[in-house]
Design a protein around this ligand. Structure first.
Ligand code: T3D
Length: 257
């Protein structure tokens, strides 16, 4: 079904592995489309309550496959056809998405990690806003997310100098949710993802929706929207379970509905 990625669901977690390790998981048009499809599949599946995107081999993703482009290509069209739709699918997804950054994340691979809700970063991983090194601007929502995560000044610095940011420095900048050692990488990533998957999935989706909306609305408009969000959250089974568990002094068992 998929050729450039692998996809499986385990314990409520959809695992989406970029699978072109000999090219450091560089993007092709096909890979863009397969990621888009896998995110949509996860969004539509009741079974999925968290999504992990990671890379096979030693890299997370090295960005656009530079062997797959030529000078005559309209790069704007490429973004409109491939990267834009993929990034929109990710931003529309109401399930929590975790980038498990196992190795270098460069160019649009960095953008992909930025678009995720959490970034678990291996101690041997690094981030590289490589675009400027080949005369391009950061794309695929990169500046949009990067400036929100690290602030305007750092976003400009990382984009203009295009230098590698090692895991420890990335953590200090707020780029990493958590840096994880190589030895317990699989265990810790799985535990983090399954923890998120056990939480009230609908509420998490609404948190994502309204956090994003807060950037685009006046405070008055935001309060109006927020009230609607809470109305929806208040109708979920997980809300009933949360309150019941509190009054019964036990741990809530959320089901994601
Ligand atoms: O079309 C457009 O340009 C518009 C779209 C833009 C979106 C973008 O993402 S632009 C940015 C594209 N990405 C880059 O510029 C990053 C290029 N890669 C690197 O800078 C380095 O490879 C890394 C820092 C990512 C890793 O360095 P290192 O030393 O660990 O590995 P390496 O030896 O450079 O790479 C290993 C192999 O992967 C190598 O192939 P080989 O020699 O073993 O056959 C290398 O060519 C290949 N590879 C790495 N990145 C890419 C790639 N092949 C194709 N495309 C790549 N992006």
């Amino acid at each position: 079904m998929y050729q450039t990625i692998t996809y499986r669901i385990e314990n409520g977690v959809a695992w989406l592995n970029l699978n072109r390790p000999d090219k450091l998981n560089a993007f092709t048009s096909q890979m863009n489309k397969e990621i888009q499809k896998a995110i949509k599949q996860s969004s539509n599946s009741h079974e999925v309550r968290a999504i992990v995107i990671t890379g096979e081999g030693r890299a997370f993703c090295s960005g656009q496959d530079l062997a797959d482009v030529d000078d005559s290509m309209n790069l704007g069209q490429m973004l409109r056809d491939d990267y834009g739709p993929m990034m929109k699918e990710i931003s529309r997804c109401e399930k929590p998405i975790i980038a498990a950054v196992n190795g270098v994340a460069a160019g649009a691979g960095f953008s992909l990690a930025l678009a995720c809700d959490f970034r678990l970063v291996s101690e041997k991983a690094s981030f590289l806003n490589a675009f400027v090194n080949i005369g391009l601007i950061p794309d695929s929502g990169n500046l949009y997310y990067l400036s929100r995560i690290v602030g305007h000044a750092k976003a400009l610095e990382l984009s203009v100098f295009g230098e590698k940011v090692p895991a420890a420095k990335a953590e200090k900048m707020g780029l990493a949710t958590k840096v994880i050692g190589v030895e317990d990488w699989n265990e810790q990533v799985t535990a983090f993802a399954e923890n998120i998957a056990s939480r009230p999935t609908k509420a998490i989706g609404l948190i994502k929706r309204y956090l994003e909306a807060s950037y685009h609305l006046s405070f008055e408009e935001y309060l109006k929207e927020e009230a609607e969000g809470q109305r929806i959250a208040g109708l979920t089974k997980d809300y009933v379970e949360g309150v019941t568990a509190f009054t019964e002094k036990r741990k809530a068992q959320f089901i994601g509905e």
